[in-house]
Design a protein around this ligand. Sequence first.
Ligand code: GLN
Length: 245
Amino acid sequence: MKIRVGHLYPDYLNIYADRGNIAVLAQRAARRGHELQVRAIGMGEAVPVGEIDLYYVGGGQDREQALVAHDLARKADPLREAVEHDAAFLAVCGGYQLLGRFYRGVAGDELPGVGILPLHTVAGERRMIGDVLLHCPWAAETLARLENHAGRTVLDDGAEPLGRVGDGFGNDGASGFEGCRYRNVYGTYLHGPLLPRNPWFADRVLADALAHAGEPTELEPLADELERQAHAVSAERARARGGRY
Ligand code: GLN
């Protein structure tokens, strides 16, 4: 099955190896006989609603976010339509922040968001940096990887977090939660890239995209011993930080 991926602003939002997430999805799809077809959706380019199974947007510094935010906000309607028709969407850090209502940077400049995720973000002085361990009861799994953000993301009442922070800062260093989930949209601060060390999550995103492509399927497990070892290293680094937030 061809899985059609729309990579938003790959030349602007691609910090901390976030491109690696696409490479992992392509590899894990190919090992099951599927093909990832990736197309960039850049500045001024239309969102081909109905032709994309998985949208992806990476992270970026405030400068890059400011360069794309207004263009991205103009894409809000087709992106929201795609999400309501169960397209999959993975958004990392700066891209995650821009899926909310707005992102206010350290200089107080407010960037418009897409408004797909029920949240907003305001940057603080102290950057939140380090390894994070998340518990995801909705999947009975954990996620572990890096965070590096000034933004404090506040979820609306009733919004679904991606996970509960075991160690690290998470969305705002206070709520005890990280990320946000809505339908098949997953927003997270976890970088590095995220997916190589969290294979269950890569497969979850792939399964959502395959279902949208018309092939709902249980992906057969892969031999993820190396990935599990890498996950354990990140989880141990997060625990070694000691601080809850
Ligand atoms: N510029 C945003 C912040 O500092 C996002 C950073 C990122 O994508 N790593 O919070």
